[in-house]
Design a protein around this ligand. Structure first.
Ligand code: G3P
Ligand code: MG
Length: 267
């Protein structure tokens, strides 16, 4: 389902495919996102960095070594150079020839099929906010493709959020994009709530290790959704489903569906 409004009516946690179906396909590639759609995920999660010639590309690390046959920084190569790299063989020889996708390519690929959590990597943040800043490019792209109701933007760098809200006001867009602060350390309930209020968050994306039923409850009472990352363990998926999280970010949407079926939590 591509419209996030519609996902809001679902009682079970949303199945959010972390970097696509990354348990079985090379993360953040076209095939990982297609596989996530086929596996019945509700949303894909992807990571965005920027090239030297200022094109948003879908890759997790700032460096190329782990997930490609290239070397060095993503931000120091032009798109044409990055496109020559193999982003599939590191995972398995059967994915040889998979390339680093641009964000635009993936948005076109998934449009009308599934919603998307775009995570902007903190290293791409530019305090000066140049006219071609990554957050502005993303806002323009989302508008251009009519994807506002399908997109949720998250980041560990919370300074992106006022800028995203600003670009929308400036462009006279009625409602801003949905945004979600990511958080990776233990946080008090009060601080989590304040962060959600200050950033005008749609959802709070927290490392699953630090979630508690009462934090989820307090956020829910204040109209904030909680999305947990990253869980592949069946017992933990079951526990967080029972705690009432809005979504679970997982490398393996099929494992999550297995748990939801067992719990008879289909809708
Ligand atoms: O968006 C959740 C999760 O992806 C955040 O951490 O490092 O996997 O991008 P990371
Ligand atoms: Mg991520």
């Amino acid at each position: 389902m591509e419209n996030i409004n519609k996902l809001e009516n679902i009682k079970r946690p949303w199945v959010v495919a972390h970097r696509g179906y990354s348990a079985r396909f090379p993360e953040n590639t076209a095939s990982a996102f297609d596989a996530a759609i086929s596996a019945g995920a509700d949303m894909i999660e992807l990571d965005v960095c920027i090239t030297k010639d200022r094109v948003p590309v879908v890759i997790h690390d700032q460096t190329l070594e782990r997930t490609t046959d290239g070397a060095g920084m993503v931000s120091e190569l032009n798109l044409s150079e990055l496109k020559k790299l193999d982003a599939g063989s590191w995972f398995s020889p059967e994915f040889k020839g998979e390339s680093i996708p641009t964000l635009e390519e993936i948005l076109l690929q998934i449009r009308g099929k599934i919603s998307v959590n775009i995570e902007i990597k903190p290293e791409t943040y530019e305090l000066a906010g140049p006219p071609d800043a990554i957050e502005k490019k993303i806002c323009i792209m989302v508008e251009k493709f009519g994807l506002k109701e399908s997109v949720l933007i998250s980041s560990f760098e919370h300074s992106f959020f006022p800028k995203i809200k600003f670009w929308h006001k400036k462009d006279k867009v009625k409602n801003s994009l949905r945004i979600a602060p990511l958080h990776e350390k233990e946080v008090s309930e009060e601080n989590a709530l304040n962060l959600c209020k200050e950033t005008d968050a749609y959802s709070f994306h927290h490392d699953e290790k630090f979630l508690t039923p009462s934090l989820i409850e307090i956020l829910k009472k204040n109209q904030f959704r909680t999305i947990a990352y990253t869980i592949n363990n069946e017992n933990r998926i079951e526990e967080l489903t029972q705690w009432g999280v809005t979504g679970i970010i997982t490398d393996d949407p099929e494992i999550m569906w297995k748990v939801l079926r067992k719990l008879k939590s289909f809708e």
